[in-house]
Write a protein that binds this ligand. Structure first.
Ligand SMILES: *Cc1c(COP(=O)(O)O)cnc(C)c1O
Length: 325
């Protein structure tokens, strides 16, 4: 694949100008009890309270708002069963762009309904026998639609970087920042903001223990592909980092660490009981990483991005009750 120009912090600034009238400026929360327990000061950027329930709105809106007249008329296509689908559907609705979302026919009913609710055309496929990327590319070609991938795109990366930008603007420089990691859109964007606003800040990507392709890629110096990992963190079940995020991560990240499903559920409980906030399993990766490395940052100021809060309530209740299924 030919790489497009990688984004810089200037692109994050412009992305922020584009999304500000439409995105929520999410709160930064703290927890005295957790700080006392871990011996540091945590600052949580609450993207679970972003529109559609995750930071993905930032990248999707930034990408769609740069379509030219012809692209706007023809429409956008995205493939996702998760937060990116809803982010593209909502952004398209706000911008008056027709959207087609390729989703597995057995996707959770709530997600299908949410995507359709934003007015998107849902194209279903069989996740066992068909390839969603192929379907997405075919639709793009046949109907002249513009494909917006969930993380492997400079405009998406720049948009995702606006969450860390807002965090640093509110807290000032931090000693460390922990960022959930799937394909690397959020982490690469966060690195651009950290590099400009808090150059001394050590930035970590946190991925599921069962799918540590990011850590492997960092060690290998090239993108490592794995099978779809078995983890509760469905927003980070990616098989590999994106070609655009990878060089930014490789050159700037402090390290990539992992969290087990049990650690994620423990963090979900902490968020629910202490901070009264609903966080999906993937959204807990940052806190899980920060807790693991707390000793290293004793007495320091540490940022955590809570990346999303979209979890089926039945599943949420079962997980909190201790059923890891
Ligand atoms: C998509 C997503 C991630 C991973 O983001 P990438 O940009 O793919 O690394 C993390 N958390 C949530 C809630 C997500 O939806």
């Amino acid at each position: 694949m030919e790489l497009e120009q990688l984004p810089t912090y200037d692109d994050v600034i412009r992305a922020h100008e584009r999304i500000t009238p439409h995105a929520h400026r999410t709160p930064v929360m703290t927890s005295r009890l957790t700080d006392a327990e871990l011996g540091l000061s945590l600052y949580f950027k609450c993207e679970n309270l972003q529109r559609m329930g995750a930071f993905k709105f930032r990248g999707a809106f930034n990408a769609l708002s740069q379509f030219d007249a012809e692209q706007r008329r023809a429409g956008v296509v995205a493939y996702s069963s998760g937060n990116h689908a809803q982010a593209v559907a909502l952004s398209a609705a706000l911008l008056g762009i027709p959207a087609s979302i390729v989703m597995p026919h057995d996707a959770p009913a709530a997600k299908l309904a949410a995507t359709k609710g934003y007015g998107a055309d849902v194209v279903s496929y069989d996740r066992w026998s068909e390839d969603r990327e192929e379907i997405g590319r075919a639709l793009a070609k046949e109907r002249g639609l513009t494909l917006i991938p969930p993380y492997d795109h400079p405009h998406v990366m720049a948009g995702q970087g606006t969450a860390a930008k807002e965090l640093f603007e509110e807290t000032g420089p931090l000693d460390a920042l922990f960022v959930p990691l799937g394909g690397g859109g959020l982490l690469s964007g966060s690195l651009l903001s950290a590099g400009a606003l808090a150059p001394e800040c050590e930035v970590y990507g946190v991925e599921p223990e069962a799918g540590d392709d990011g850590r492997q890629s960092l060690r290998a110096g090239e993108i490592v592909h794995i099978d779809t990992p078995d983890t509760l963190a469905d927003g980070a079940q990616t098989q590999h980092l994106g070609a655009h995020p990878f060089p930014v991560i490789r050159d700037h990240v402090t390290d990539i660490v992992t969290a087990t499903d049990a650690q994620l559920v423990d963090c979900m409980r902490l968020f629910a009981s202490r901070m009264k906030t609903v966080v999906e399993p993937t959204g807990c990766l940052g806190l899980a990483g920060a807790r693991d490395l707390a000793e290293r940052y004793r007495g320091k100021r540490v940022g955590v991005i809570i990346s999303g809060g979209n979890v089926d309530l039945g599943r949420y209740a079962r997980l909190l009750a201790g059923d890891l299924g």
